[in-house]
Design a protein around this ligand. Structure first.
Ligand SMILES: [Zn+2]
Length: 88
């Protein structure tokens, strides 16, 4: 039963492995997104010399936006997974 998600009832025929890859993929996207955002923030602060407060606000907005995107992706993945399970 190792490597299977909790609630997995069909270990011989399931999507656990696929889900694990999905999670790794999402994790990679999250890291990539945060790196890009960090880069953008550095660019903005270098470029226009915004004050620390404004750059902090930008950072919070961007972090929230990224988190929303990741959540959306995650929910989408779950929906796809549910579909696959329903019609399996
Ligand atoms: Zn499983």
């Amino acid at each position: 039963m190792s490597g299977h998600f909790r609630g997995c009832v069909t270990p011989s025929n399931c999507w656990c492995e696929l889900k694990r890859y999905g999670l790794v993929f999402l994790f990679a996207i999250a890291i990539f997104a945060f790196e890009v955002i960090g880069g953008i923030i550095i660019l903005i602060t270098d470029w226009v010399w915004v004050d620390p407060l404004i750059s902090a606000i930008i950072a919070i907005i961007m972090a929230r936006w990224t988190w929303g995107l990741i959540n959306k992706l995650r929910t989408g993945g779950t929906d796809i997974d549910n579909c696959l399970h329903d019609h399996h």
